[in-house]
Design a protein around this ligand. Structure first.
Ligand code: PLP
Length: 495
């Protein structure tokens, strides 16, 4: 068929709009554009569709495309990756208390209003006292994220002056956050000392001159240097900074108030420990191990925090009312000693393998009801989000037999809600450490719906060879095991 013939078989835009009959002028405009797009494609494909396209068909095609385009891309997902703090999946889920606080703060709220005095108040006051108390610091301030906290701190303390940093700590965190770049953006000048693996207090000392404003220590959040390594203790840097009249800034990165070592992980220095060790300013994230909303927190000396608060950048970096509400609620949970039980990330990190195995067995049962075969396997999960590099925890996942892992993971991503799975040694696995127990039923339903026809059917008979026997204590021995990527171990933090 010639192009001219094909054209004759296509409806006019008006004819399609007549069929579709959009209600509003705006809807009509959007549909008109989409109809033109569909017709243009039909024209250039030269009638290869074979035959006529009716007005109704074009209206349907255009409608489907619009619906596709309108589908929100920012969606709630189930994180079955086994990475508890997944930066691409929004890091820490908020606690119920934080969520309730966000709802409360959504309307009119006293974000910059002093209710006692009846006049304009301090945006930063809400979280500052709580934060300072928890950290054992004099004062605190909140900005949008830790990158902003580092930028503001350097700008307020060291613009047009020098900042001394160990070469082994000139890190890139991810998302383009590089310490040397942030330093130069803040207007400070970087002075590198030491070597990649070894830096001594005397290296810092030799670098301090009349232009020096600060010593900066940066947590190497996402890698680990082991072997022939040396770095001064915080206390040595603090004493040196004090003696020479410069500021000691410590970018802790994740920043935790709880002890990670209780959960078989390496020990992360806690925020109060960094303050107690003599740092003048400590910066950390709100949505990493703190388990709150995205935020950047700075705690430390009152006189320095006052300089940050008064800096012109502060206005550009200030947090919104929803962030403040969620952060305050999260901090209150710490103050009341309920963080372990109530903050989602600590519930995930604290989950015992036996409990994960029981949930895995239940999920296997639910999937079997939908005719999908699966089994509980041993995995190693990570905390992620730029904390505890190389550290893993023993975890349990539900592994699925699928013809194509690629097709199945795509189907899971298209599920409702989308499920982000992990692939361990070529197998599709749903790691339960990063899933909250209250989401298990939703996970089962989403997976069952998405994988019907893609997964190997579950055997009809009970107790067949592919069924993993589950005891009341958990998965009976031997668990069908995917070897953990790295053996769980305690970290030997380089000193
Ligand atoms: C994660 C991290 C940052 C950046 O924090 P965001 O809250 O993601 O902006 C900065 N420094 C260190 C050491 C980090 O680990």
């Amino acid at each position: 068929m010639s192009a001219a013939d094909a054209r004759r078989l296509l409806p006019s835009v008006d004819a399609v709009l007549q069929v579709a009959g959009p209600a509003t002028a705006a809807a009509r405009r959007r549909l008109t554009n989409m109809v033109r797009e569909v017709l243009a494609e039909a024209r250039t494909s030269g009638g290869s569709r074979g035959g006529e396209l009716s007005a109704a068909t074009v209206a349907r095609l255009a409608g489907e495309r619009l619906a596709e385009r309108d589908r929100p891309t920012l969606r709630r997902v189930i994180n079955a990756t086994g990475v508890v703090l997944h930066t691409n999946l929004g890091r820490a889920p908020l606690s119920a208390a934080a969520l309730a606080a966000v709802m409360d703060a959504a309307g009119a709220v006293s974000v910059e209003y002093d209710l006692a005095a009846g006049r304009r108040g301090e945006r930063h006051g809400h979280a500052a006292q709580l934060l300072a108390d928890l950290a054992g610091a004099e004062d605190a301030i909140v900005v949008n994220n830790n990158a902003a906290a580092v930028l503001l701190t350097l700008a307020a303390v060291a613009a047009r002056r020098e900042v001394v940093v160990a070469r082994g700590e000139l890190v890139e965190i991810g998302g383009g956050f590089r310490i040397p770049d942030v330093l130069s953006r803040s207007g400070a000048r970087l002075v590198e000392v030491g070597t990649t693996n070894r830096t001594y207090a005397r290296d810092y000392e030799a670098a301090i001159g009349t232009k020096t404003a600060a010593l900066l220590r940066v947590h190497t959040s996402n890698f680990r240097i082991t072997g022939f390594v040396a770095r001064p203790e915080d206390g040595e840097l603090a004493a040196l900074a004090r003696a020479r009249g410069v500021v000691f800034i410590h970018d802790l990165g994740s920043g935790t108030f709880l002890d990670t070592a209780r959960h078989g992980l390496g020990r992360e220095q806690r925020v109060p420990e960094a303050i107690a060790a003599g740092a003048d300013l400590v910066t950390f994230s709100g949505d990493k191990l703190l388990g709150g909303p995205q935020a950047g927190l700075v705690v430390g000396r009152a006189a320095l925090i006052a300089r940050l608060r008064a800096h012109p950048l502060m206005r550009a970096l200030r947090p919104d009312k929803l962030t403040l509400a969620a952060l305050v609620a999260t901090l209150v949970t710490y103050r009341e000693g309920r963080a372990d039980q109530e903050l989602p990330i600590w519930r995930m990190i604290g989950a015992r393998p036996a409990a994960l195995a029981r949930r895995g067995a239940a999920l296997v049962g639910r999937l079997a009801e939908a005719g999908i075969a699966s089994r509980v396997v041993v995995t190693a999960s990570t905390v992620g989000g730029g904390s505890l590099p190389d550290e893993t925890q023993p975890s349990r996942a539900v592994a699925l037999d699928v013809a194509s892992v690629q097709v199945a993971t795509a189907a899971l991503r298209a599920a409702n809600p989308p499920v982000i799975a992990r692939v361990v040694d070529g197998s599709l696995a749903l790691d339960l450490r990063s899933v909250l127990p209250e989401d298990d039923a939703l996970l089962a339903a989403a997976v069952a719906h998405a994988l019907v026809g893609l997964a190997v059917p579950a055997p009809r008979r009970k107790g067949s060879a592919t069924t993993v026997r589950i005891s009341r204590q958990g998965v009976s021995d031997p668990v069908v095991g995917l070897p953990p990527r790295a053996a769980p171990r305690r970290s030997k933090k380089e000193k």
